[in-house]
Design a protein around this ligand. Structure first.
Ligand code: FEO
Ligand code: CA
Ligand code: CA
Length: 637
């Protein structure tokens, strides 16, 4: 969700972790001190400032493997991309998805139409090659999540969703979820194929989903519309996501708490809902019209949200499955890695200040020769939460019913209870409180795992020598599994090591205590999502940089070699927008980007931009952009 004008107080992210578990920032400081690195960090900050201001480009050209030249950090009404590249709008809010979808009509309120059109606030983007199992980079499915809606930018006369009519509320519900479109590159340009048999809208309006795994069928998931505890209509607040080796996608349910309201004290789930931030005041008008969003009327409905959802995009009739084995929290996303021994490991961050980092290891092995045998691998396995140690090691602690404090004494009576209240279980194990974990992704080239920690302005404790006691700009962690580089890395191991890849912020401002390569070309703030290109280089998207008067957008850096942490700025979002969904084609010649909530902070009547149409009467439209190199070559190659 948008952070840019809300660094100080953000309703998405009022911390709800009551424990005093060690915080990552305390540990970072401990490690810096332990290594005597802290003095070095201060010195580096000053050098980086000079590098960016005066001599960064010359140095960067020798150190970085990224061949593009940084663009200026300037917020404008439109997007910008590095010289030599094209950034073409591929699909916009309201564009046709399924064959009989009507054309977009500005200002129209029509949930039936919206349910066939591209939804709002595109976030996760997954490219799935066609034909199935191929490595095609010019024909595939694009799978895009729609995280939330900005009612005040969709229709006139609204300050936010709370003023929406019932018809508008239904339209908003239909604009949430996911879109699948077939795309093809012809003469160097991508196009959506009209009438594709794969085209599909998945929405919060009417898409039935199955609840699977250890929590499925539990009494705490039973509601008046589903007495089995195994079915639910829709998915909410689908933020980032991931892909599996068997050709499915995983979409996340992040800030689902905001859709519910009512007095949680009147339910038997008060402790559970409080820990997830469900408050009496919903963020959406939906609660006025539909009982399922009111916990006083439907007390178990929120337990059906907060999960990862698996979708088979190659089968448009398949029912999406919520995978409870991966835990219930504000999933930013989940990324899956195939371990050398064919084990399946999924990493996931809980996007809230002071919340945790998780991984899941499936009980059964991947079968490379039998897709059907893999389709329910995510139903059984062990969920772990991260505990960072100040000696530079990291322990993955299993969340298993009956072990340690996860017993009836603490009101856990089954693994279902542990999963439904994953956060509370992790609290009891002493997990490390993080500065808002967003994307977590394994790098297939060097075998390490990268963690985007977007910011934590709430973190006030610390002491004078603690330079990032408040962390408004975020940082990037690098986790190292044992075993070696690339495929040798053992992601199933219980103990990793960790390090800091970079600390974001403006190096010209000593208070930021930013850490980059001395010749970094461009500084960033609030790292959120990421992509790793096929050379193993890290592409970082931001959400909240506009709070520092620079655009949100896409930065890139090497992770190994002389260009490590030498950040370069590749793509700038239009005013109000955050950058989401970075996704490369397998050959690295196309980078798909999602521009979410352009004109955020303004109104339908007076939008701060009408991106991307720039036509009178046409509102700003969240859109997916396809970036290609004008010579057709590999991006930054
Ligand atoms: Fe939806 Fe964590 O950003
Ligand atoms: Ca975001
Ligand atoms: Ca995000």
């Amino acid at each position: 969700m948008s952070e840019q004008f809300e660094i100080i107080e953000d309703r998405d992210d009022i911390p709800s972790n009551p424990t005093r578990n060690p915080r990552i920032s305390d540990l970072i400081d401990a490690r810096f001190s332990r290594r005597g690195f802290f003095k070095g960090l201060m010195a580096t900050s000053a050098v980086v400032g000079a590098g960016i201001a005066t001599r960064g480009v010359a140095k960067a050209q020798s150190a970085s493997t990224l061949t593009f030249k940084s663009i200026p950090q300037k917020i404008t009404e439109t997007h910008a991309v590095a010289e030599g590249y094209d950034a073409d709008v591929l699909i916009r809010w309201g564009d046709k998805v399924v064959a009989d979808a009507p054309e977009f009509v500005p200002g129209q309120v029509d949930a039936t139409a919206q349910n066939k059109q591209f939804g709002y606030n595109c976030d996760y983007v997954g490219y799935m090659p066609l034909p199935v199992g191929s490595n095609s980079s010019d024909h595939g499915l694009l799978c895009i999540s729609h995280e939330y809606t900005n009612a005040e930018l969709m229709w006139p006369g609204l300050k936010d969703s709370m003023g929406a009519s019932q018809e508008q509320a239904l339209h908003e519900i239909a604009a949430h979820g996911h879109s699948i479109v077939e795309i093809k590159k012809t003469n160097g340009k991508w196009q959506v194929i009209d009438g594709s048999k794969y085209a599909r809208r998945i929405s919060a309006l009417d898409t039935e989903m199955q609840i699977t795994g250890p929590a499925a069928g539990h009494d705490r998931l039973k509601t008046s519309s589903d007495n089995t505890g195994t079915r639910v209509i829709g998915t909410l607040n689908n933020c980032a996501g991931g892909k599996t080796p068997w050709g499915t996608i995983l979409i996340s349910e992040e800030n689902f708490n905001g859709y519910f309201g009512g007095d949680i004290a009147k339910t038997s789930e008060e402790r559970n809902y409080k820990r997830l931030g469900i408050s009496p005041e919903s963020w959406y008008s939906w609660i006025k019209y539909f009982d399922r969003f009111n916990v006083e009327k439907e007390p178990n409905e929120p337990n059906k949200f907060g999960w990862m959802v698996e979708i088979d995009p190659y089968d448009p009739t398949s029912m999406p499955k919520k995978r409870t084995a991966l835990g219930r929290f504000k999933h930013e996303g989940a990324t899956v890695v195939l371990n050398k021994d064919n084990s399946i490991v999924a990493y996931s961050g809980d996007d809230q200040r002071f919340d945790y980092l998780y991984k899941f290891v499936a009980a059964n092995k991947y079968n490379p020769n039998d897709r059907a045998a893999n389709m329910d691998l995510l139903n059984e396995g062990t969920l772990y939460v991260a505990k960072f140690n100040d000696d530079g090691s990291l322990d993955w602690m299993p969340l298993i019913f009956g072990e340690g404090p996860l017993t009836a004494e603490n009101d856990f009576n089954s693994q279902a209870d542990v999963l439904i209240e994953t956060r509370r279980a992790a609290d009891l194990l002493g997990a490390t409180q993080m500065d808002r974990p967003e994307d977590v992704e394994p790098n297939p080239v060097n075998g390490k795992v990268y963690v985007m920690l977007t910011n934590n302005s709430k973190r006030k404790e610390g002491n004078a020598p603690n330079p990032r006691a408040a962390n408004p700009h975020g940082h990037v962690l690098e986790l190292t599994p044992p075993g070696g580089r690339g495929k040798d890395a053992d992601h199933t191991a219980n103990r990793f090591t960790w390090d800091i890849m970079l600390a974001a912020g403006n190096p010209s401002n000593p208070d930021d205590k930013a850490v980059y390569h001395p010749a970094a070309e461009s500084w960033l703030s609030c790292p959120d999502n990421m992509a790793i290109d096929h050379r193993g280089r890290l592409w970082i998207s931001s959400d909240g940089a506009q709070g520092s008067d620079i655009p949100d957008g896409m930065w890139a850096t090497d992770v190994d070699g002389p260009g490590r942490a030498l950040t370069k700025f590749f793509f700038a979002c239009p005013v109000g927008a955050e950058m989401c969904g970075p996704e490369f084609t397998p050959d690295g010649t196309t980078l798909f980007l999602a521009v979410q909530h352009p004109a955020d902070g303004s109104s339908y009547e007076a939008p701060s931009t009408r991106w991307p149409d720039f036509a009178d009467g046409i509102p700003p439209r969240p859109s997916v952009v396809a970036v290609t190199k004008q010579d057709g070559g590999e991006i930054a190659g």
